[in-house]
Design a protein around this ligand. Structure first.
Ligand SMILES: C[S@@+](CC[C@H](N)C(=O)[O-])C[C@H]1O[C@@H](n2cnc3c(N)ncnc32)[C@H](O)[C@@H]1O
Length: 223
């Protein structure tokens, strides 16, 4: 008996796992069956035009100019994702953790995660960042200095690995994670370290390369 369309879709998805796909996430998500992933953990473009803003770097104005120039080549942050992208995110996953939740049109919900960046006032664009989540829990604050990972930061909006591991570990039931906006691959690295299946998309070829290099350095979980 030949496989049904649903069986074929699941077979394709198995081949797609544990890879970063260098394509538009909307195109990718259209092939994914409903509720396929346990969690979408993501950090979409906030639409704040990062390339043209004066980022607080905590450094002298002279050093900041050099730091800012590093990120100015890219323009992916001009707009927030379309409603169609958010509709697909909610269709293909059972739960969602969406960083920058305060920038998007998401339903009001009680469980936000607030990342306190522990940066002295005035030295950062924002003192904290917020994630919208679909979980039914009490809000939490994750305190972790943004300076701790500064030396190894290769993407302008790279999130701390410990923050993303914390997000995945909020429930015990997560077996598959999808990130439509991989950037430098923090979601993938966190999943690989925890022994969880993942996949994701990233449009910029050099970020895909950076993410794959980060992944090569992860040993993977023994559990
Ligand atoms: C905020 S960054 C993610 C940073 C990531 N959390 C990290 O730790 O490195 C968003 C990323 O989404 C990518 N992107 C933007 N639109 C996209 C799309 N339609 N499909 C796939 N990737 C996209 C951008 O190139 C950018 O690297």
């Amino acid at each position: 008996m030949s496989p049904t369309l649903k069986e074929k879709q699941f077979e394709i998805m198995q081949d797609n796992m544990n890879k970063i796909h260098p394509i538009d996430c909307l195109e990718f998500m259209k092939q994914v069956p409903d509720d396929y992933f346990d969690l979408v953990l993501t950090d979409p473009p906030y639409g704040i035009d990062l390339a043209n803003m004066n980022m607080g770097t905590g450094k002298s104005p002279k050093a900041s100019r050099i730091e800012n120039r590093k990120w100015k080549a890219k323009s992916w942050d001009k707009e927030t994702p379309s409603d169609e992208i958010f509709d697909e995110i909610f269709r293909i996953s059972k739960n969602q953790i969406i960083w920058g939740g305060n920038y998007f049109n998401l339903p009001s919900h009680k469980f936000y995660i607030l990342w306190d960046k522990q940066i002295p006032n005035g030295l950062s664009f924002a003192d904290c960042e917020m994630a919208w989540t679909s979980y039914d829990k009490a809000p939490r604050i994750f305190r972790y200095s943004a300076y701790r990972d500064k030396a190894s930061k290769i993407h302008p909006t790279q999130k701390p690995l410990m923050l993303f591991e914390y997000c995945i570990n909020l429930t015990k039931d997560i077996k598959t994670v999808f990130d439509p906006f991989m950037g430098s691959g923090t979601t993938a690295v966190a999943c690989k370290s925890l022994g969880i299946d993942w996949c994701g998309c990233e449009l910029e070829a050099d970020y895909v390369e950076i993410a794959n290099k980060r992944l090569e350095q992860v040993q993977g979980s023994l559990f």
